[in-house]
Design a protein. Sequence first.
Length: 183
Amino acid sequence: MRFVAKAHLRRHAALVGAVALSAGVVAGILPSLDAPASAAPRASAPVLLSINTASYPGVLGNSKKYSLYLLHDEAGGKLHCVGKCLQSWFPLYVAKGSHPSVGAGVKGKLGSVARKLSKTDTKYQLTYNSFPVYTFSGDTGPRQSNGEGIEFATGVYWYLLHSSATTAAATPVAVSGSSGGGW
């Protein structure tokens, strides 16, 4: 009887641990590979891909083929998307000093910038050609580009990232009349 009770307790403890881990990922406390806040990649599959959306070919995407975005005034890692902005735009986090694996067609320079979440919590946001990388809450499925050209502040826009861009100037996709790098 004692052995059965111990086995039951071990299974229960494992289940509670798995639920706690999942809750941490869902709550954003712990990073998840395919959620908007991503951790270090699995070696078996590229985490950054070149994808095509209905309107834009060669867009940088994550492993679930969700489009990735930049805020064009954040070049050089200056973080302006803070507070309420982070309710719609989700930083792509990486482990300190690590970089995701990339698929064919992804040519930009990877890096990271420290994002201070609180006095004691700092996470590292992936950068692509010096721009911090985000996913958008308005993209509800793969290969969507609903965040392209959204105005953040007067004259400051969100853009998709060119997967083949090798310079900061060529990285943003531009909508008509804006100052991005163009398609």
